[in-house]
Design a protein around this ligand. Structure first.
Ligand code: HEC
Ligand code: HEC
Ligand code: HEC
Ligand code: HEC
Length: 427
């Protein structure tokens, strides 16, 4: 009798435990289900995915952070949310970029909020390529590329500009359905494919840089179609990209002073970052440029996209023990040194242009040597331009930036010597 009672009691306990386990399993399962269900963005977002303000109704804190960039101008020593005139800061740019729109007008970038407004306001000679100039400016672009196919890139700029309204927004980096990070620009997907890589296999941490690599990279417009293309087939470094252009015999413009067949680099931020101390340590663009911030009672990734000098405490001190003042001095020290060598390389390239011009104007000068000098100048200015157009004034990878500037100075001196030799042959 006593035993039977014990068996019953035990059975009840076991039954209760089994039931409890089943119940817990059921509710956990239910919770994951509803979390997964919650990961589907509202139908309203999916239907209006190009309008960031509609996403903003559901993600008000991200929307508020995104709009931060419109509230005020900021200025750091070499960056910030303002339109600094680069031609005033570095007057030699006018000579180096002569014959291109960059020699007429060239501003520092400001926050994403202004992308459509700013391209609408630039000197029209800079947008004569066509729709291609909008590739990185507006949320409507992926749809326009689908609608017009590759013809989008060469359509008149004004015609395409009428069809864009929303500057770089949520759908450029997020899947309208799941909110996961996604790549919306074909040029990046295709550049990966040509290297035999599948971008859909990227890790979550890699995606925190790759979403930026849709636009913060160097590109060129293909000769006939004007299609925006990333010249990465040989690799992502300045000399590897140069080899790519030599192989396809690409020339962007002819320099009017030296008659050099030139190449043009454009903000290789992602490329220069590769192999840096931070990238090697697994740090992504978003770690510094989109730090976690407190917005009301919750923590979100900042969506202001600005200079991390404004957010040192949030951007750097989770890894660095130095205080923000010291970190800022470290950044400015790197940038000051970089700025100095950048200007030396820029001015040496100006001297190369003048030497070639002078040789070409000398009757009886050796034409073969002049041609050689032009080829050297093509390479030297490319190396300088690669570094000069990269944002961050050297911070992203000071070692590599210094190496390419060193190569640029050496090549420019070779160009000068060769041009002088060509001129000497006339005497
Ligand atoms: C370790 C932190 C860190 C990482 C990682 C990082 N950056 Fe930066 N970035 C900076 C700093 C510091 C500056 C200099 C800001 C200044 O001069 O005010 C900067 C400047 C910039 C600027 C110019 C901002 C301005 O106000 O002029 C852009 C654009 C930029 N970075 C893009 C990127 C991209 C794209 C990546 C990833 C490929 C990246 N950064 C990775 C720290 C970082
Ligand atoms: C769809 C294209 C696009 C994508 C994607 C993109 N950017 Fe930008 N970014 C731009 C353009 C264009 C500007 C310049 C806007 C202007 O000056 O009007 C800019 C400007 C910036 C600036 C300068 C802001 C300032 O205050 O000086 C920073 C910093 C920046 N982007 C960081 C990032 C980071 C980090 C990512 C990835 C998380 C990213 N961007 C993704 C196109 C893009
Ligand atoms: C230039 C790319 C870019 C744009 C534009 C962008 N985001 Fe993000 N967003 C990111 C990145 C990177 C993360 C971090 C994701 C991660 O760590 O997995 C993120 C994270 C988020 C998250 C997850 C929570 C968090 O704070 O980390 C939400 C929600 C979000 N973004 C909403 C938005 C909304 C709404 C917009 C438009 C107003 C927007 N994002 C525009 C790149 C972008
Ligand atoms: C996720 C971690 C992480 C973040 C975030 C981070 N760093 Fe670093 N940083 C590192 C690591 C790791 C190194 C290499 C350390 C070493 O070699 O001692 C490094 C190195 C540096 C160096 C020396 C670089 C050189 O060229 O020698 C500077 C300067 C620096 N960081 C500044 C910053 C600043 C400024 C920020 C914020 C805008 C920042 N870091 C954000 C991890 C980080």
């Amino acid at each position: 009798m006593k035993n039977k009672g014990l068996i019953i009691a035990l059975s009840v306990v076991v039954a209760a435990m089994v039931l409890g386990a089943v119940y817990t399993a059921f509710t956990i399962n239910n919770r994951t289900l509803s979390e997964a269900a919650r990961k589907i963005n509202a139908q309203e977002i999916q239907d209006n995915y190009e309008k960031s303000e509609v996403w903003g109704k559901y993600y008000p804190k991200h929307w508020e952070s995104f709009n931060e960039g419109s509230k005020y101008e900021t200025k750091t020593k070499y960056g910030g949310n303002n339109k600094t005139d680069k031609l005033k800061v570095q007057p030699y740019l006018k000579i180096l970029y002569k014959g291109t729109g960059y020699g007429e007008e060239f501003y520092e970038p400001r926050s994403h909020f202004y992308a459509v407004q700013d391209i609408g306001a630039i000197n029209p000679i800079r947008t004569k390529t066509g729709g291609a100039c909008l590739t990185c400016k507006a949320t409507e672009v992926p749809r326009l590329i689908k609608t017009y196919g590759d013809a989008f890139y060469s359509k008149p700029f004004s015609e395409m500009y009428k069809q864009v309204k929303h500057p770089i927004g949520c759908s450029d980096c997020h899947d309208p359905k799941t909110n996961d990070l996604r790549i919306s620009r074909p040029a990046l997907i295709e550049a990966f494919e040509r290297q035999g890589k599948d971008i859909t296999k990227a890790t979550k941490q890699e995606m925190r840089s790759l979403v930026c690599a849709q636009c913060h990279v160097t590109y060129y417009f293909q000769k006939d179609t004007k299609k925006t293309t990333f010249p990465w087939d040989n690799g992502l470094k300045a000399d590897e990209v140069l080899a790519y252009f030599e192989k396809i015999k690409f020339t962007e413009w002819t320099h009017p002073e030296s008659q050099t067949p030139m190449l043009k680099a454009r903000h290789p931020d992602y490329e220069l970052f590769q192999g840096s101390v931070h990238q090697s340590a697994g740090v992504a663009c978003a770690d510094c440029h989109m730090p976690y911030i407190k917005q009301g009672d919750s923590k979100i990734s900042s969506h202001w996209f600005t200079s991390p000098v404004h957010t040192m405490e949030k951007s750097c001190t989770q890894c660095h023990r130095e205080g923000t003042e010291q970190l800022k001095n470290m950044v400015y020290n790197i940038q000051d040194q970089h700025h100095e060598i950048l200007d030396i390389a820029g001015n040496t390239n100006v001297k190369a242009i003048n030497a070639i011009k002078q040789a070409a104007a000398t009757p009886g000068a050796n034409q073969k040597l002049i041609e050689e000098a032009r080829q050297l100048h093509r390479q030297s200015q490319w190396m300088w331009d690669w570094v000069a157009t990269a944002n961050g004034m050297g911070f992203h990878n000071r070692q590599e930036a210094a190496m390419f500037l060193g190569k640029s100075i050496d090549l420019a001196h070779q160009a000068i010597q060769t041009a002088e030799k060509a001129r000497g042959a006339a005497k």
